[in-house]
Every structure is written in C-alpha cells, then in structure tokens.
Write a protein that binds this ligand. Sequence first.
Ligand code: SF4
Length: 351
Amino acid sequence: MPDSLAIRLLDWYDQHGRHDLPWQLNPTPYRVWISEIMLQQTQVTTVIPYYQRFMSSFPDVKTLADATQDQVLAHWSGLGYYARARNLHKTAQIIQQQHKLRFPESQEDLEALPGIGRSTAGAIRALAHKQYAVILDGNVKRVLCRHDAVPGWPGKSAVAKGLWQVAEDYTPKQRVDDYTQAIMDLGATLCTRTKPRCDDCPLQTTCVAKAQGNPSAYPEKKPPKKKPQREETMLLMVNEERQWLMQRRPEKGIWGGLWSFPVLEQDIVLEVYLAARGLKAQSQKALPPLTHQFSHFGLTIKPLEVRVSTTRVQEQHDGSSQWVSLPQGLPGGVPAPITRLIEQLKPATTT
Ligand code: SF4
C-alpha cells in the first residue's frame, strides 16, 4: 500500500504537478528554506512576489546575514507572522558565524536553527539535499488525515505522533524530492481545505475519507475556545511640518521590530502623555476603529489623530522613535493594519 500510494502520487505529479515555481528552479538549501518559511500559513500566489523581491535583495545567506533587521522586515511587510522574518535573519547570522556560510545538512543541525522545525528541516533535506526525509506541513497533514481517516485534532501531540508515523510509512526511498513536492501539491491544488476534488485525485481508490463521503471532516478542528479581545488607543501624532511620530516596537511581543504608531497606555491621560514629551495638543480627532485577529487574541485599534504644536519630543538615540513623512519616509517594516491606517492618512499628507 505505501509503495502504491507513492507511485500513484508520482505519476500524477509528473503530469499535473507544479514544476516551475520560482523556488523549484535551482533548489539550493537557501532558496528552499526561504520558500518553506514564506509558505507557512501563506498561499503560493501570495508568496511568489514576496519571494522574488526577497531573493533579488538577499540572494544568499551572506547578504541576508549582513542586512539590518529593518531591511529584512521591510521585505516581509504584509506577509504577517513576523517572527518568521526575524528568525530567518537570526538563522542566517548563525549559519555565517557557526557554519562558515555552509547550510547544515543533518536533521539535528537544521532543527537547532531558529524557526526551523521538524517538517521544514525535512523539506530542506528532501528538496535541496535530496536525502530521505519526511515532512508534515499543513497540506500534507490534510491529505494524510483524509486518506487514512485519522481522528483527532493534529495539534494534539498523540495525534501528531501518529501522523508522523503515517507520513514516514508513505515516504518512498526513491525520488523523495519529487514525492515531497507531489504531496504538497496535491494538498494545495486538489485536496484543498473546503472543496476537495476527489474525482481528479490519484489517491481516490484508497482514500478512506472519500469512501466515508466526508473528506471535509478531516483533519478535525481545534476544539473552540473563545479568543480574548483587547483594545488599544493608538496615537497618530502629526507635527506642524506634517510629520508623524512612529516607534519601532520592542523585539518581544506582537509585531516585534516593526514600526507602528505609539500606543497610549490605558491608565495614562493624553495631556499627561504629551506633556511628558514636551508636546501640546492643538486638536484631536478619533478615526474609525479597526480590528485585527491574531492567532491567540483579537485586537481593536482605536486611532486618535492628534495635531501637536511642537517637534520638541526627543527622538530616541537608538533611532527607535522618529518623526517621519508618510507614506514615503517609513524607516522599516510595518504591519498590515498600520499600513491600512497610513493609507487613511494619505489625503491629510497631500493637502
Ligand atoms: S480522494 Fe479526496 S479527500 Fe482523499 S486525498 Fe484525494 S482529494 Fe483528498
């Protein structure tokens, strides 16, 4: 059975798989790694332009390691899950300093690097080094859960353990790079989350979920838990020269290292906040709130535009707080909700 699954999958891949994705051309460990990290939680069509831009600025480990974090995050703006970009940068620096710019080849050495888990390490070994290795990313989990009708939520360690075993049993010793790409492609193109196209699938004759008539019941969803909701007042302070005060967020916490507007802490009165920075409000206007869902909580941002009468506020010596013209003067990467806010400001900056 395992062999027959691989054979059918490889036959299908030869005819219908994707063979010309940018990272498939010249699949070096570096290029495969960047693509695998970008593809986590993100669709191929979204990733392609980001990948191409990233590769043209950082074509190898050295250029990435030598870049600033701001430069790397600026190339990630809009992709979300920014810890991925910070980890890419850290990992490139580790490969430069500890591995003399040679990409590690063993599962253990790869998994020791920030942001590289078991599946990503397996993908790099299989796709770039052509070693026997097993992957279990979101697409592969979905295919295997359905094909074998694996019960339980894959986020539970006992379910995940069983799935890794299933993945290992099906992975062939030959053409492991093609098999890896094939099973990812099947999950991305036919065995999709909401409308699996079972009638076109090479695995349909052995797929248990198809036989049961309920592929969409697999993989089981995470048991529901109400997400906590938070609210933040964000200060969009603009001075007389039409510059806006922006701050780099601390490394730890949401949007670490990205640029945003300052947040007014709940127990601080606006006038006191401004006075402490040598500023005085001339006028203020509440803008429509916007919401953003993180994986573990929901955030409502209440933007407050405040025209201030002086630029005397101290810019931080480390450059983490700056008056900038928007949108052209952005000093680094910006999270998507802040980009939306900046777009709302555009008319004000051009009058
Ligand atoms: S037969 Fe349907 S559910 Fe089963 S693996 Fe193929 S597309 Fe997925």
